[in-house]
Design a protein around this ligand. Structure first.
Ligand SMILES: Cc1ncc(COP(=O)(O)O)c(C=O)c1O
Length: 377
């Protein structure tokens, strides 16, 4: 565990992002907190958004993640969905869903059959995810007739939630042919289900990329993940299509362990990387053991308003940062050093330089970096 290296999560900024989202979207929010809240710690985020912001529905990827929320937040009455790693075929796990009211998102005929055949699920929320063109998980929208037949045979005429997921949400919604096709397929599914006499309580289609382009806001629910942590989900070349003005809710902070003067040509660290110029080298207390992977080499950062660069090979526990031609007071041992803060533009720049998508930059931070939360009054 680190002490001066930490991911500092400002819950006020999460609240601001949610209020910003609500300023243009009135659908209910199903907040995606899988992968431990995209690396920020799902449990504190669920507690905070439930208690302070009235969010009552959350999305996980695995039953283990959902169970962690149930076990650590037994006093809160929220809905939690498991989206991908459902494993309903395992009878013991089916019991876990039932006993803890965890909603499995049914994405295959096999899991739908298991659900419908188990009398204990008779009055349990039935949630279906359709494949409308993503071609990953999902009930084939071309086989809607078979889904309808199965449901009717089992006497289930009420659907708790039907959803689909875009394959190209980071691309233009109103121009991309696949997105337009998925939208029209989902519309058809809803119409045919209604025509067949089904009562549908909840519908959702949009994750961040679509929400930022104001698509899917007429459904009862939206399913934002990334945007609520701050960044836009749109690819850099399409960002002008996004209305999102989120703030990064976390800052990745560390400190300078040591500093020394370096001269052009001096070999530094593993691999004896050659110092490109005269300047200062600061050794900061984060490395790939913390999630600062080797692709950070060359990334431009800023310290006390001066540019600096990750230099040479990133180590497991520390990283060299080079200040070209700097005075000795530019970087001082013991000083705090920030990798990213709440400025979305700076965060996006790190993504571009490391060639990581923002999802990865958050998720790759390891458990050695403590997550620390703050909330101003
Ligand atoms: C089905 C589903 N809905 C919503 C989301 C949230 O996506 P995003 O983080 O892009 O908002 C995800 C994430 O992958 C997902 O798989």
């Amino acid at each position: 565990m680190r002490y001066r290296s930490r991911l500092h999560i400002d819950l006020n900024l999460l609240a601001e992002n949610i209020l910003e989202l609500r300023s243009f979207a009135s659908s209910k929010i199903l907040f995606m907190v899988k992968a431990d809240g995209y690396g920020h710690g799902a449990v504190p985020l669920v507690r905070f958004t439930y208690e302070e912001l009235g969010i009552t529905e959350f999305g996980c990827a695995t039953l283990g993640e959902a169970m962690q929320l149930r076990e650590e937040l037994p006093d809160l009455k929220f809905e939690v969905y498991v989206f991908s790693d459902v494993q309903l075929e395992d009878e013991e796990l089916a019991e876990v869903y039932l006993h803890h009211r965890i909603i499995p998102v049914l994405s295959s005929f096999d899991s739908l059959n298991i659900f419908l055949k188990n009398p204990d699920f008779r009055h349990f929320p039935l949630c279906l995810k359709f494949n409308t063109g993503m071609n990953r998980l999902g009930l084939d929208s071309q086989k809607l007739d078979q889904v309808i037949e199965l449901l009717k045979k089992s006497g289930r005429m009420s659907l708790y939630h039907i959803m689909t997921h875009f394959s190209c949400g980071s691309l233009p919604m109103k121009k991309n042919k696949r997105n337009l096709y998925q939208i029209s397929e989902f519309k058809r599914i809803k119409e045919e289900l209604a025509l067949a006499g089904f009562e549908i309580e909840r519908t959702s289609i949009s994750n961040s990329g679509a929400i930022e382009q104001k698509v899917g806001l007429d459904e009862t629910h939206i399913r934002p993940g990334l945007m609520l942590y701050g960044p836009s989900s749109l690819l850099p070349q399409y960002r002008e299509l996004s209305c999102w003005k989120g703030k990064i809710i976390s800052s990745l902070e560390t400190y300078i362990i040591d500093v020394f003067k370096a001269e052009r040509g001096m070999p530094i660290g593993y691999g004896a990387s050659t110092c490109p110029d005269n300047g200062l080298v600061a050794i900061i207390a984060l490395g790939y053991g913390d999630g600062l992977f080797t692709g950070f080499k060359g990334v431009e950062l800023c310290h006390k308003k001066k540019h600096c660069k990750v230099f040479g090979r990133v180590n497991m526990d520390m990283t060299q940062v080079f200040f070209k031609g700097a005075n000795s007071d530019q970087a001082v041992a013991g000083e705090a050093f920030v990798i990213w803060d709440h400025d979305a533009k700076k965060f996006e720049k790190i993504c571009e330089q490391t060639k990581l998508i923002p999802y990865e930059l958050f998720c790759q931070l390891t458990s050695r970096v403590p997550r620390v939360y703050s909330l101003s009054e």
